[in-house]
Design a protein around this ligand. Structure first.
Ligand code: UT7
Length: 357
């Protein structure tokens, strides 16, 4: 590996993604429904965010049940026995409770033997943080096969009286299987970067059961929900995504022209187009599904990866740029050489295992 000031590049990490899956709740909430709840309208939401609809978890669904379904879909796409998974990492900022970790419930639900399991919370940057962790475990041979899940029930922490935030978020889960890279076969992690700036923590945050005093209470005198300075977050997001993406591409020894597909965090279509424009990526090489799911926080990138694979937008050997940004502030970029998933190579449709949950 070639050490750089900010990570490793050139020869990459000895890990690859061999399976990918997603699960979203059935219930669709349209912009028209939001018009009946707060002072907003479809035209504003579509123009300012690109979002047309989002999914909302059923009362009996939680981040662990959504994550288990996505995990099973990823296991199926990798064509592996879940008992061979020895590590489960769940990224979530909306856990079922303060503990145990959502990852342990997912470990049990998918039948992952006695795999080590823990959660990572880096808000919308959670999946990238969890994936980076799994890559280190696998590259160091501490884990043979890891399941990494991004899963969120954002509808449970949204302030449904705040039109500035409630139109943006949705529920869902995505997952990947991480295994060792194999000499002579496509698939590895070329570069990864994780960054944060806690001095800007109050731009985007949500209180919880351990928040002290008045800070725990929202303007309505109820338990506080997501609080965001949207305009400032927008500006930081574009700058950070551009800078980190360019750095990751350079660390991978590539140029933007080598990137077959960019799969960015899906928060706002305008953030994605501004980033793509400044990085020099045509939108045909950028995956966007924010129109259908809104911002599902740590689930956006694995959901998008699963859909890009299902849509035939990812081919073995493709260089894929992942980039995320969220509360913290916290952001990241990763360049992956896509391995291709076993199920798509075998032409086996996904969804069979997941349908059993
Ligand atoms: O996952 C990462 C974290 N999140 C993000 O990356 C989100 C980053 N921020 C954004 O996506 C955008 O800033 C928003 C979508 C949140 C807001 O868009 P904007 O273009 O920055 O709008 P704004 O906050 O500057 O508000 C413009 C106007 C305001 O009215 P006035 O003051 O001009 O009269 C708002 O009150 O739009 C108004 N507004 C709305 N109007 C109708 C704000 N929300 C709404 C709404 N419907 N839902």
């Amino acid at each position: 590996m070639t050490p750089t000031a900010s990570g490793y590049g050139a020869s990459g990490y000895g890990a690859r993604i061999t399976g990918v899956g997603r699960y979203v709740p059935e219930r669709i909430m349209t912009n028209a429904e939001l018009e009946r709840m707060v002072d907003t309208n479809d035209e504003w939401i579509v123009e300012r965010t690109g979002i047309h609809e989002r999914r909302i978890a059923a009362p009996d669904e939680t981040s662990s049940t959504l994550g288990a379904r996505a995990g099973l879909a990823a296991i199926e796409s990798a064509q592996i026995d879940p008992a061979t998974i020895d590590l489960v990492i769940a990224a979530t900022c909306t856990p079922d409770g303060m503990f145990p970790a959502v990852a342990t419930r997912i470990q049990h639900a998918v039948g992952a033997g006695h795999a080590g399991a823990f959660d990572v919370n880096a808000a919308c940057n959670g999946f990238m943080s969890a994936l980076s962790t799994a890559v280190q475990f696998v590259a160091a041979r501490t884990s043979q096969r890891a399941l990494v899940v991004g899963t969120e029930t954002m509808s449970r922490i949204v302030d449904w009286t705040d039109r500035g935030t409630c139109v943006l978020f949705g529920d869902g889960a995505g997952a990947v299987i991480v295994e060792r890279a194999v000499e002579g076969e496509p698939g590895r992690i070329d570069a990864l970067l994780l960054r944060s700036d806690g001095s800007q923590a109050d731009l985007l945050w949500a209180s919880g059961p351990c928040t002290p005093g008045e800070a725990a209470m929202g303007a309505m005198g109820q338990e506080a929900r997501i609080v965001m300075d949207g305009r400032s977050v927008f500006r930081h997001a574009v700058n950070a995504l551009v800078e980190t993406s360019m750095e990751a591409v350079t660390n991978a020894g590539l140029t933007v022209d080598d990137i077959a597909l960019c799969v960015p965090h899906q928060a706002n279509r305008r953030i994605i187009t501004a980033m793509a424009d400044r990085v020099g990526l045509p939108m045909e090489r950028v995956y966007v599904n924010v129109d259908r799911y809104g911002n599902t926080s740590s689930a956006t990138i694995p959901i998008a990866l699963a859909e890009a694979e299902a849509d035939g937008r990812l081919k073995p050997g493709d260089r894929v740029l992942l980039a995320a940004f969220g509360g913290g502030l916290s952001w990241s970029a990763m360049v992956i050489e896509w391995a291709g998933v076993r199920a798509s190579r075998a032409g086996i449709p996904t969804g069979i295992l997941a349908a059993r949950v």
